[in-house]
Ligand binder design. Sequence first.
Ligand code: HEC
Length: 118
Amino acid sequence: MNRYLSIAILCLSFVLAIPAQAETAANNYRTYCMQCHGLKGNGMGLNIRDMSVQPRDHTDAKSMGGRSDAELFKVIKEGGLAINKSALMPPWGDVFSDAEIQDLVKYLRKLCQCSHEG
Ligand code: HEC
């Protein structure tokens, strides 16, 4: 292949790959998390009327800021019980790769506009 063409394709794939990754986490959230955590991540999903423990409001910087990225990773991968929370938060380790879970953690940080304090 022409060398300039392959460099052009390489550049293009970087440009396309970055937004595609953020898009995937947002899509995954919309598909798998929204029914409980709500479209905007504010904990107001369709399921909540019947749930004894209410889903976390992911836009709440105060409570989300109290969690490290490692804890968020763990609760998404292994479910609520893994961090002594409700089993109503399901484990997602069979659905997502570790990389996809990392992306979801980043997405949660965007929703709460927070990082872990201390
Ligand atoms: C069937 C409903 C349901 C679905 C679907 C669901 N969650 Fe949850 N989630 C919960 C509930 C309920 C809690 C609160 C558990 C508690 O407080 O004991 C929770 C808690 C969490 C927490 C812990 C926050 C904290 O610090 O306490 C994270 C992070 C989270 N969910 C992420 C996700 C992500 C990401 C998805 C999608 C991949 C998802 N959840 C899908 C019900 C759900």
